[in-house]
Design a protein around this ligand. Structure first.
Ligand code: S3P
Length: 434
């Protein structure tokens, strides 16, 4: 729990109605600061996500000598070039952000200076071996707790060589860490995944002029080529939109238009899953912005039914499972989630967290499995006192569940919501009819 826990009581609503826009994409916002910092010249970012995770990334680059201004509209990054970063004077605190620490581990491995990455109590429990081990094969010198598997991680910059890495997991953080290290490595750095994870790094590397080839299940980066600063418009985060998609689907009589949502095919698993459950979701006005597909999403409440979810769909919806669990809890029949073991090592163990919290608010039978869960849907939920486990997506998912509970839901701490979705409760209040 955060130092200053923020408990919140969420009451049921009659319906959700209206239009909204969700904040910028978290993954793309991180990458825009990173590549903007490493590029030559100025990068201007609009619709940047002003969440705590992204501020951690911003702060880290500022402390390595990158001038970054934010006037509240546009973030302006004065790129220092591939070899322009300076040794930070203190620890780089990544807060709660897995993307910050894992991508920075790759990037810092190839610098000519020493740095230490750390984070909050949750991040310091998350597995880092997945990046440390392949980076060490490239020549990186990384020490850390637990034999180099846990933060804090201490990195002594070293000269790197490209490798051909077959990743055992579909992880954009692992892939991107190696791609960033690859910018500094001799030769080619190739990463192949069991199934393609989000490809925002590939798209943005290309946008900034990096030398790379993207494949159907991976990428190859060649180092040395300077990047050029760009204008970036960050699309709305589909992971944030997901809470409103589920909310509108499960609260009867609802209709929402969510404008300007990123619909990169490596991220739209949640739309495919909710549609397969019977959800009425339409993509309108599809367009491309800064190399990323964008659309407006129209969603109308629907009678949902349980389905089986597994395989390649899982990495395409990885952050949306807490919200999908809520949809499954009130769907007709059984929903089976498998191949989702990664959920156990997110900001919290999201399988355990959703199973126990949904039971608390009166869900039907829920069985946890090693790599997923089996959820029997029920007509309605009751309410109760639940815990966010300090995880932003658990907090927001339980808030969505609360909208269809008979009674109120008390959440122990929603301060974590600010890591990815500042303004979530204000937006919810704006479209809620009570
Ligand atoms: C992210 C990758 C995913 C995702 C996380 C953001 C990224 O993590 O869950 O929220 O920006 O690269 P994994 O790489 O661990 O799957």
């Amino acid at each position: 729990m955060h130092e200053h826990a923020q408990p919140l009581t969420v009451a049921p609503v009659q319906k959700l109605q209206g239009e909204l826009a969700v904040p910028g994409d978290k993954s793309i916002s991180h990458r825009s600061i990173m590549l903007g910092s490493l590029a030559q010249g100025i990068t201007r970012i609009s619709n940047f996500l002003r969440g705590e995770d992204n501020f951690s990334t911003m702060k880290a680059f500022r402390s390595m000598g990158v001038p970054i201004e934010d006037d509240g509209q546009t973030v302006t990054v004065h790129g220092v070039g591939l070899h322009g970063l300076k040794e930070p004077g203190d620890l780089l605190d990544c807060g709660n952000s897995g993307t910050t620490i894992r991508l920075m581990t790759g990037l810092l491995s190839g610098q000519s200076f020493f740095s230490v990455l750390t984070g909050d109590q949750y991040l310091r429990k998350r597995p880092m071996k997945r990046v440390v081990e392949p980076l060490a094969r490239m020549g990186a010198q990384i020490a850390g707790r637990g034999g180099g598997t846990l933060a804090p991680l201490a990195i002594t910059g070293a000269s790197l060589s490209g490798i051909d890495y077959k990743s055992p997991i579909a992880s954009a953080q692992v892939k991107s860490a190696l791609m960033l290290a690859g910018l500094y490595a001799a030769g080619e750095t190739k990463v192949t995944e069991p199934s393609l994870s989000r490809d925002h790094s590939e798209r943005m590397f290309r946008f900034f002029g990096a030398d790379l080839d993207a494949f159907s299940n991976g990428v190859a980066v060649r180092g040395g080529r300077e990047l050029k600063g760009q204008e970036i418009v960050v699309p709305g985060d589909i992971s944030s939109a997901a809470f409103f998609l589920v909310a509108a689907l499960i609260v009867p009589g609802s209709e929402l238009l969510i404008r300007n949502v990123g619909v990169n095919p490596t991220r739209t698993g949640v739309i495919d899953i909710l549609k397969a459950m019977g959800g009425d979701i339409t993509l309108q006005d599809q367009r491309e912005v800064s190399g990323e597909p964008v659309a407006d999403l129209l969603v109308r409440s629907s009678r949902l039914k349980g389905i089986e979810i597994g395989g390649d769909l899982v990495p395409r919806a990885i952050d949306e499972f807490p919200a999908i669990c809520v949809a499954a809890a009130v769907a007709e029949g059984t929903t089976t989630i498998k191949d989702a073991k990664e959920l156990r090592v997110k900001e919290t163990d999201r399988i355990a967290a959703m199973a126990s919290n949904l039971r608390t608010v009166g869900a039907g039978q829920i069985d946890e499995t090693d790599d997923g869960m089996i959820i029997q849907g029920v007509e309605s939920l009751s309410g109760g006192t639940v815990t966010s486990c300090g995880d932003h997506r658990i907090a927001m998912s339980l808030s969505v569940a609360a909208l269809v509970c008979k009674n109120e839901v008390q959440i122990d701490d929603v301060s974590c919501v600010a890591t990815s979705f500042p303004g979530f409760y204000e937006l919810l209040a704006k479209v809620a009819v009570r």
